[in-house]
Design a binder for this molecule. Structure first.
Ligand code: NA7
Length: 535
């Protein structure tokens, strides 16, 4: 077995919530771990997404690690929904508290990872020109980290400033007195538009598809409320599929409820604010009629928030509620009542081209000094594919997944032994509280490595039959949903040429159960290669 200064037990790609926890867990097991991070700071998603108004849409008390009760008790969140700077401060606190930084190499992109079948080790090449070897590679690259700027005609000619929300500069640009255009009305657009409107002389929003948004009802966290959660943290964290008690799912279908009960459920969720509409009824994402009731309710609330009825209609989505990831906001719709904000519908008339001085839509130029791309990400697979990953027989992962990602449990893929994904496609990931899923996967991987040590295994890899069955099972679950009824990044629709596959696993409790079952049955569906198989 090779060893040397560049040889590690585990190489982790990415220093966000997932990579840092993987480092902590695996290092605690006595393994030599090295983390590579492309950014010049830790934090992943929360390092890059610094745009004005950036917040998490999961409540701060539940969007935090649970692995150490002492950490849980000592950290104080200040608001119901944490801002990006506060989340970044939390991650930095965690890194310092557990002395993680010494094993993280910043400003270093992992360019390739190649399996050497003779030795069973992964050979990793990084952007600083160095080569590394490791027995395990963990892709902790995040689900929404490969930013997407559409290939607009004439974009290179535009002389103004350009920013992507997911690559926002550390020193936020001064927008005072400027004509600012925002392309995109997903979560990043909906969060940033109210803040950009306050700064810019004029803000033009280029909207292709309106999105549903519900007020976040953000507010400072009262110390007593925080103390009450901390007193009962474990139980409360487990509620609402890990989103905390605020998202406790209503166990009924719309069809099992009277109109009065439906109205009461919706009114209650509206009053609480946030993502609670997603779990308003169990049939929300499977029964079109149920969905329509919820969608109508939210559309009516949008109409109440916008003064100009015509503009309100333009802002009302006609898609299934929850088909695209719904948003939560602070004053998003009210922002359109400001005199310095205008909306351009690029759904009916797509952006024709950029010029030196602006954006042309339907033959008319909108002059701009600044363009903000709130145009999203190559979700779930984008950052994985940025690394040239070659497994058995030199097979390129990107090619294996050409028709869509194929994993067993979202954790591993056939032909790539000892390569793990944290919150990979085929696991609940973006449909869940990401921190919960990250902890679940990292702990599963750590236990698996321990089990491998105990049984003297050199490598672990899914069996072909198990992977095929998992992909089929995950597809079957998604097939019964309304997720297929609109275009979304869940399906890869936003990236030209990307196969249309529903990438996350639908069903958080079921997934938890399956993971536990697999372990209870001695890692059913995985094949272990004995140590003696290695020379
Ligand atoms: P999203 O949700 O992917 O939103 C991207 C937005 O950009 C969306 O409104 C798109 O319209 C729009 N878009 C993308 N390409 C174009 C072009 N070519 N022309 C006009 N408009 C375009 O990304 P976010 O960053 O907002 O949020 C990602 C997730 O982060 C979010 O769901 C939360 O989970 C956190 P479209 O809807 O495709 O018509």
């Amino acid at each position: 077995m090779t060893s040397g200064t560049n040889d590690y037990d585990v190489i982790v790609v990415g220093a966000g919530f997932a990579g840092l926890y993987a480092l902590h867990e695996l290092r605690s097991q006595g393994r030599r771990v090295r983390v590579f991070e492309a950014g010049d700071g830790i934090g992943g998603t929360w390092f890059w997404n610094r745009y004005p108004g950036a917040r998490c849409d999961v409540e701060s008390m539940y969007y935090s690690y649970s692995f150490d009760p002492a950490l849980e008790q000592e950290w104080r969140w200040t608001e119901r929904y944490a801002t990006q700077p506060e989340i970044l401060r939390y991650i930095e606190h965690v890194a310092d508290r557990y002395d993680l930084r010494r094993d993280v190499q910043l400003e270093t992109r992992v360019e390739s990872a190649r399996l050497d079948e003779a030795t069973g080790r992964w050979h990793v090449h990084t952007s600083d020109g160095r080569d590394w070897t490791a027995r395990f590679v963990i892709m902790a690259t995040g689900c929404l980290s490969s930013s997407n700027v559409p290939d607009f005609e004439g974009l290179a000619d535009f002389r103004g400033e350009q920013y992507h929300t997911g690559r926002w500069p550390k020193r936020s640009p001064d927008l005072a007195g400027k004509r600012v255009g925002v392309i995109g009305t997903g979560s990043s657009g909906i969060q940033s538009i109210p803040e950009l409107a306050k700064q810019a002389a004029h803000l033009t929003v280029f909207q292709r598809t309106p999105n549903y948004s519900v007020p976040a009802n953000n507010a400072p966290l009262a110390p007593e409320a925080q103390a009450a959660v901390k007193a009962d943290y474990a139980r409360l964290r487990a509620m609402g599929n890990g989103f905390g008690p605020v998202l406790e799912p209503n166990p009924y279908k719309v069809s099992e409820s009277t109109p009065e009960q439906v109205r009461a459920v919706l009114d209650e969720r509206w009053a609480v604010g946030g993502l609670g509409f997603l779990s308003a009824f169990t049939d929300l994402l499977v029964a079109p009629d149920s969905n329509r009731l919820v969608a109508d309710y939210v559309r009516d609330r949008i109409r109440e928030r916008v003064d100009d009825p015509e503009l309100a209609e333009q802002l009302c989505p006609d898609t299934v509620y929850g088909c695209k990831r719904p948003c939560i906001d602070t004053d998003y719709y009210e922002t359109y009542n400001r005199p310095n904000v205008s909306l351009v519908d690029v759904g009916r008339h797509p952006i024709e081209r950029f010029t030196k001085t602006g954006i042309v839509v339907d033959g008319r130029e909108h002059p701009l000094d600044v363009v903000v791309f709130a145009t999203g990400f190559d979700a779930m697979t984008g950052s994985i594919f940025k690394v040239d990953i070659r497994g058995r027989g030199g097979e390129l992962l990107r090619e294996k997944w050409e028709a869509g990602p194929r994993t067993y449990l979202g954790l591993q893929t056939v032909g790539f032994p000892n390569l793990f994904f944290v919150t990979g496609p085929g696991s609940p990931s973006v449909l869940s509280n990401m921190i919960n899923s990250i902890e679940q996967h990292v702990e599963w991987i750590a236990d698996c490595l321990q089990a491998m040590d105990e049984r003297g295994a050199a490598a672990i890899e899914p069996e072909r039959g198990a992977e095929d069955a998992w992909v089929e099972h995950a597809n079957a679950l998604a097939a019964h949903t309304l997720y297929w009824s609109c275009s979304s990044w869940y399906l890869g629709d936003n990236i030209p040429g990307k196969p249309r596959v529903f990438m996350p696993y639908v069903g958080i409790p079921l997934y938890r159960q399956k993971l536990a079952e697999v372990v209870a049955k001695g890692y059913e569906g995985f094949a272990f290669e004995p140590l003696s198989g290695r020379g």
